[in-house]
Design a protein around this ligand. Structure first.
Ligand SMILES: [Cu+2]
Length: 301
């Protein structure tokens, strides 16, 4: 199909749109992953409208915030078009590069070509999904939103031969949309998902921070049977309070105890962030949320 017609079709159908990307200070030290997107420019669409303001910027591994380059535009649509909480929604997306060419060739990063993160505005709902990808580059995933309201969509991807990037959009979901609880920092401290507990702590390490999860049984005994999840001992997604900052970090090689997983995170700026550590045991993924405040004085660079 002719590209313009295809775009037209998408624009006609869609919802969505949104904003930004860039990473000012993503770093990838010592081979650990830290995929950041920062600086939301805030172009947010209402439902049933589309916008082309959604952008994706590649990451600059060793660079400061002064550099960013637009690399892709994210288009999203849903079926049904009017998404409502509690009902299965099919989310479809595609990325176009700056010339308007649809991206369809992605490298596998952590076992998947596309990592799609959904968070509700206020960060009280989180999903980490892996859409299927067709030959044209359209990616598709089903999801049931637990609550209505604005949901932020982060598409973490690496076009073949290019830098890893994160594209962001928003989806407006109908249905009950209760006010989220205000974010209350609880790091250092105890967090949990069901019967899996974690002592979460954070310490500065140069321009980055080491975020540590010490995983415990509900009895307080260290967990010793962590399994690899998507090729790593754990994954950490970090999103700024206003959902304008996104970091996806992978574990550091560590000689610490087997229940301790450490992530190197470059917080893009001072502020409150929500963290979701994801770990697998017994074939089940546990998602452990925590809230951390990254200090202003610690962010000098
Ligand atoms: Cu993923």
């Amino acid at each position: 199909m002719n590209m313009n017609r295809q775009i037209g079709k998408w624009l006609g159908l869609v919802l969505i749109g949104a904003a930004l990307f860039a990473s000012g200070c993503a770093r990838q030290p010592h081979g650990t992953g830290d995929h950041s997107a920062t600086r939301g420019s805030g172009a947010r669409s209402n439902s049933h409208k589309s916008t082309r303001q959604t952008e994706s910027h590649e990451e600059h591994k060793h660079d400061a915030a002064s550099q960013q380059s637009l690399v892709a535009t994210l288009y999203l649509e849903t079926s049904p078009v009017s998404t409502i909480s509690g009902e299965v929604t099919e989310i479809r997306g595609m990325l176009h590069d700056t010339t308007g060419q649809m991206l369809n060739d992605f490298e596998v990063v952590h076992a998947k070509k596309i990592h799609l993160i959904l968070v509700r505005d206020g960060l009280d709902e989180f999903a980490h999904l892996h859409p299927s990808l067709d030959v044209n580059g359209t990616f598709t995933v089903s999801h049931t939103f637990a609550k209505g309201g604005t949901h932020h969509v982060f598409v973490d991807h690496k076009p073949v031969g290019k830098s890893q990037a994160t594209a962001k959009g928003t989806l407006t979901v109908g249905g009950e949309s209760p006010d989220p609880e205000p974010l209350k920092p609880n790091v250092p401290g105890r967090a949990q998902d069901g019967d899996v507990l974690a002592d979460v702590s954070m310490q500065l390490s140069g321009a980055s921070s080491i975020v540590r999860f010490a995983l415990l049984e509900s009895s307080g005994i260290p967990i010793t049977d962590l399994q690899s999840y998507l090729g790593a001992r754990g994954h950490l997604v970090v999103i700024g309070a206003r959902a304008e900052q996104y970091v996806h970090a992978h574990p550091l090689e560590s000689k610490r105890a087997s229940n301790v997983v450490e992530f190197e995170v470059h917080f893009p700026e001072a502020g409150v962030y929500k963290l979701w550590g994801q770990f697998q045991r017994n074939g089940e993924v546990h998602t452990i949320p925590a809230v951390a405040e990254f200090g202003r004085e610690a962010n000098k660079h």
